[in-house]
Design a protein around this ligand. Structure first.
Ligand code: AP5
Length: 213
C-alpha cells in the first residue's frame, strides 16, 4: 500500500503515519524528520535545509526529490510506504509520479487530514518532539508517560524551532499557497480521501481506516 499524507502543518500527518506504519508494517518516510536528523548531525544538507525551515519556508524541490526517490528504492519500501510531508508542491508530485511510472507503479491513497488554521495554531504550541527517534507528543492531547522524556527512547523532548507562533503562521501561508493545490491534483487522479482531523487521534484514525477498508 502506497500512501501520501496531506494536510496543513500540525494536522496530525506524522501522528497518524506512525500508527499506520506499525499496523501495516511499511515504513513511515517523513521528509521533515530526514531534514531534522541531518540538521542534528550537522550535514551539508542539514545546513542548507535549516535556513529555509527556520523561516517556515519550503526547502527547494531539487534538495528533496532525489532524496525521496532514492529512499523509495530501499528494500523495506518494496511492499509500500507512507509518505509524510512529501510531495509538498505540484512539481514534487509530478516528479514522484514520473519515478513511479518508470516502474509501473502509482500512489494508492492520498489522505488529506483536514483541520482549521485556528485549531492548528493552538495545537502547535503544545507539541513536543523527540529529535532522536522522531516520536511526537502533545502536552495535553498526547502526553509522554514521564514529563519531558520520550517514551520510546528516553531522549529529552523539545519544542521544534519552527513551532514558534509566527513561524507556524508563515508555514500555514506557505501550505495554502504551495501544498493545498495537491488536494485537487490527487482528486483528479482518483486517489484522494478527506478525513476529519479535529477530534482525538483515535477518531482521526477511525476515519482513515474507513477509507483504507
Ligand atoms: P514537516 O516536519 O513535514 O512539518 P509539517 O508538514 O509542517 O508537519 P508537522 O510535522 O508540523 O505536523 P504533522 O501534520 O505531522 O502533525 P503532528 O502529527 O506532529 O516539515 C518541516 C519543514 O521541513 C517544512 O516547513 C519545510 O521547511 C521542510 N520540508 C519537509 N518536507 C519538505 C518537502 N517535501 N519539500 C520542501 N520542504 C520540506 O501533530 C501535531 C501535534 O498535534 C502533535 O503534538 C500531536 O501530538 C497533536 N495531534 C495530532 N493529531 C491530533 C489529534 N487528532 N487530536 C489532537 N492532537 C493531535
Amino acid at each position: 500500500m502506497k500512501i501520501v499524507m496531506l494536510g496543513a502543518p500540525g494536522a496530525g500527518k506524522g501522528t497518524c503515519a506512525k500508527v499506520l506504519s506499525e499496523k501495516y508494517n511499511i515504513p513511515h518516510i517523513s521528509t521533515g524528520d530526514i531534514f531534522r536528523a541531518n540538521i542534528k548531525n550537522g550535514t551539508e544538507l542539514g545546513k542548507k535545509a535549516k535556513t529555509y525551515m527556520d523561516q517556515g519556508l519550503l526547502v527547494p524541490d531539487e534538495l528533496v526529490v532525489d532524496l525521496v526517490v532514492d529512499r523509495l528504492k530501499q528494500d523495506d519500501a518494496k511492499e509500500g510506504y507512507i509518505l509524510d510531508g512529501f510531495p509538498r508542491t505540484i512539481p514534487q508530485a509530478e516528479a514522484l509520479d514520473a519515478a513511479l511510472a518508470q516502474i509501473n507503479d502509482k500512489i494508492d491513497y492520498a489522505l488529506d487530514i483536514e483541520v482549521e488554521d485556528a485549531h492548528i495554531i493552538e495545537r502547535m504550541g503544545g507539541r513536543r518532539c523527540c529529535v532522536k527517534c522522531g516520536a511526537t507528543y502533545h502536552l495535553v492531547n498526547v502526553p509522554p508517560k514521564k514529563e519531558g522524556i520520550c517514551d520510546v527512547c528516553g531522549e529529552a523532548l523539545i519544542l521544534r524551532d519552527d513551532d514558534a507562533p509566527e513561524t507556524v503562521k508563515k508555514r500555514l501561508d506557505v501550505y495554502h499557497e504551495q501544498t493545498q493545490p495537491l488536494i485537487t491534483y490527487y482528486k483528479e487522479k482518483g486517489v484522494l480521501a478527506e478525513v476529519e482531523g479535529h477530534d482525538e487521534v483515535t477518531e482521526t484514525m477511525a476515519g482513515i481506516y474507513q477509507v483504507l477498508g
